[in-house]
Design a protein. Sequence first.
Length: 658
Amino acid sequence: MGQQRMERINVGIFAHVDAGKTTTTEHILYESGRIRSLGSVDTGTALTDSLDVERQRGISVRAALASFAWKGVQVNLVDTPGHVDFLSEVERSLRVMDCAVLILSAVEGVQAQSEMIWSALRKLKIPTIIFMNKMDRTGADPEAVLAQAHTYLSGDIIPVQQPLGREQDYAGTKDIWEQGADSTAQTELLEALAERDEALLETYMAGDSLDLAIWRNHLADRAAAAELFPLVYGAAAKGMGIPALLDAMIQYFPRAGGDAELPVSGIVYNIQRDKSMGRMAFVRLYEGTIRNRDTVQNYSQDIQGKITQIRKVEGGRTEDVGALEAGDIGVVYGLSGVRIGDVLGRPDAIPQEAKLAVPLLTVRVHWAEAADDHKVIAAMQELADEDPLLDAQWLPEERELHIKVMGPIQLEILGSVMASRYGLAVTFGQPSVIYKETPACAGEGFIAYTMPKPCWAILRFQIEPGPLGSGLVYDSVVRSSDLLPQYQNETARRVPEALQQGLYGWEVTDLKVTLVEGQHHVWHTHPLDFAVATPMGIMDGLARVGTKLLEPVLQVRIVVPEENGGRVMNDLVQMRGTFEPPVMLGDRMVIEGRLPLATSLDYPVTLSSFTKGRSTFTSFFAGYEECPPDVTAERTRRGVNPLDQSKYILSVRKALQG
């Protein structure tokens, strides 16, 4: 059992596309002795890229898990996708990480996506080390990239190494903490720490001989508390700087906590399929121990599942470990029906999640006449279990299947997974933007559902618009003597469902709904009456107050040659965008602003063609904002509209009885 009690750290590797993340992961596994030969992303042999499509495209789609030991510490490493279309994977990985390595390229610098990941890491207070990669490439400019990192990420990023040589002459680094390191670099490091700590400042000003070990431990404490962020350099493709990066992880990262003796508390953060073993649930355990053949409570679905096997995964290979303890990550088999985000055991020890990924596009799935509808729907439903944000919707009346996606590359990947895993050929319609609705003003909705008997449910809702981004706030001021708690609970449960389709067919958000009146009948009320009545009361209210459309808006950063700047600014105005005054970077112009997604779907392609590929367009979701009055968008409603009350009552009663 000695091996079980090894110290553990759980590290996520994050980066923007092409910063060299998978290559870095590959070299980490090689240096640690976990793999004997190096794979490569370019030749399609990277160990953690196990999907065929990842090898073909040279990008990581799935978060891969690898475990290894370094200097007596067990490291669970999660390699996350860098492409913005796979942000949902990044988000789920973030949730289970105790610490993170953010890779920046010394050539490309800080990208919009680096900023987005950084803000999520800060929101969750995750200790982070920066690894500046590609130091050996032409155009590498570590000083400029460090300045960018200080501007866009944090002023508390502190280099702990000094790079030797530039570009092709890059010869590795010198550890600034070592005796005999460059005195200027050492002074800068000590001053950076002293500026941020009174006691160290006094010691430093006193001019006594300094014990570097004490100062380094101080940095380790502050790094573990996610207050300071050490930076190291390297060239992963040549394996340079990798052992030092591993040493930095051991030195500056906190160990995974958790008590193996407490009741089980864990979360499923990823689901994949194994051809022979079925569903693989990637589990981070926060408290307790789970063993083979244990029965575990799935808290989220309120069902029990029996574990048939627990394995550790190294890229495409797995080994049976028999048990998983608090603080550890592994793959659990046997939990049928388990979904991403399911809590195992108690929810108490599980941290909050960062919401980064919001699917902004909806597409229709098409397949050949000869294909079996049921097979396609079942396959897409299974993929939606693996990535709940796909939200596959089958509309039986229209015989249409719709899914939600982040962007075009995700569609390409989905098409290839449908073909390789299920042997099904599917195509996708034109993506359309997902709008939302919000109440135009305050008002009331009322329903007296007393016919056709036996039924009795009376509800009155106050509906008020809320601030942008506030979602739904629900409250009840009805006394339990007027409406029993179980009926109030049923009503509260049905309000979010009732708001899934507003007057134009889109989800209604950013509002406060208050139940201000409610009555049941001692004899005539059936518990499900409130399930039927709530959507009618809510839709009655929305019809009275009216709704306004909200559209998704992107934060964009466009870099173009100076001569194209005028055209880009003109295009942004045409697309209803807003932007800051442009900034010059050498002979290139950087334009930052906000753009409605609806008007800019094809713009990256247009931009690339008129700048002859000499531009970059990076964007991330910045929230929903009100549409101008001339923008209209309506979506076909699923099912019967609760405003058509008699028809709606009949259809729901039939469904509830069925």
